[in-house]
Design a protein around this ligand. Structure first.
Ligand SMILES: Nc1nc2c(ncn2[C@@H]2O[C@H](COP(=O)(O)OP(=O)(O)OP(=O)(O)O)[C@@H](O)[C@H]2O)c(=O)[nH]1
Ligand SMILES: [Mg+2]
Length: 304
């Protein structure tokens, strides 16, 4: 079984930096990582990539040959990759034996919430190579500073989750920079847990520019509340604890945590030794008490 991550998110949200940091972190904990660059607009790659879409198609060629802008060019490149999926498959096959995959995707959001090409590419790879992939959706944490932008980040996260239908983790990236943007209107938990958006609506209504969209904001927030699917983890790529916490979440979501029982006893025992909110003796004592109460009830009902 092969595990990996599909790294997506709006332009500049930190995908390439994430792939670089994550591959270093995973290598340190003993995994063999292959980073696959599927973004033809990625100029200077900070990581050594195992496969690069530029070997198949170049964005600059597409733009000049077909008179397309960068957005249309990227859609064309993804369509082209979908049609030539065998190329990617052949490149991945030698790595399947012992590698963990990180796919660095383009930042054009409509590719993951509207078009079908990226979804088809991922699904074909999953089927043909028996991959277990989690979508890691990065959103720049500075969007929390503006309630309108935060609502749009929630909607984007929700539509991407519904569109891709993969195990999915939304991440507020660059959380180390959030203090630089001034005080947040609410605690960070409010933005990560997405529990009650009525406070956010009230906050938006205080701004005369957004007050006129009150009804629209309410309807959009209701959609997010009704699905009740979106929440966020946080990430500072330079903080190993932050990266480690995310790895634990991703490993649970794609099932890696279970596969590692056989393949890496050391890593699994580290996870197993982590503190758990479970106390055998406390649980056993409660069960014993219930059994005694049951006996008493049975005896007293027999006496009557
Ligand atoms: N402080 C801080 N900066 C970050 C972090 N992650 C990424 N950055 C910075 O954010 C900028 C954009 O990062 P990229 O990794 O190029 O973002 P991307 O999503 O790959 O961008 P596109 O490929 O253009 O869509 C870079 O200057 C990074 O150094 C982080 O966790 N903390
Ligand atoms: Mg990038």
């Amino acid at each position: 079984m092969v595990f990996g991550q599909v790294v997506i998110g709006p332009p500049g949200s930190g995908k390439t930096t994430y792939c670089n940091g994550m591959s270093q972190f995973l290598s340190l904990v003993g995994r063999k990582v292959a980073v696959i660059n599927l973004d033809p607009a990625n100029d200077a790659l900070p990581y050594e990539c195992a496969i690069n879409i530029e070997d198949l198609i170049k964005l600059s060629d597409v733009m000049s040959e077909h008179s397309l802008g960068p957005n249309g060019g990227l859609v064309y490149c993804m369509d082209y990759l979908e049609m030539n999926i065998d190329w990617l498959e052949e490149k991945l096959k030698p790595l399947i034996e012992d590698h963990y995959f990180l796919f660095d995707f383009p930042g054009q959001v409509e590719l993951f919430s509207l078009h079908t090409n990226a979804r088809n590419i991922i699904n074909k790879l999953i089927k043909k190579l028996d991959l277990r992939l989690t979508a890691v959706h990065l959103v720049d944490a500075h969007l929390c500073c503006d309630p309108g932008k935060y609502v749009s980040a929630l909607l984007l996260s929700l539509s991407t989750m519904l569109h891709l239908e993969l195990p999915h983790i939304n991440v507020l990236s660059k959380i180390d920079l959030i203090e630089n943007y001034g005080n947040l209107a609410f605690n960070l938990d409010f933005y990560t847990d997405v529990q009650d958006l009525s406070y956010l609506q009230y906050h938006l209504d205080q701004d005369p520019r957004s007050a006129k969209y009150r009804k629209l904001t309410k309807e959009l927030c209701d959609v997010i509340d009704d699905f009740s699917l979106v929440n966020f983890s946080t990430l500072d790529i330079q903080d190993k604890e932050s990266v480690g916490n995310l790895v634990k979440l991703i490993d649970k979501s794609n099932g890696y945590i279970f596969s590692s029982i056989d393949s890496s006893a050391v890593e699994f025992s580290k996870i197993a030794a982590a503190p758990l909110d479970w106390d055998y003796y406390r649980t056993a004592a409660v069960q014993e008490k219930y059994m005694k109460d049951d006996e008493i009830v049975q005896k007293t009902s027999g006496m009557q």
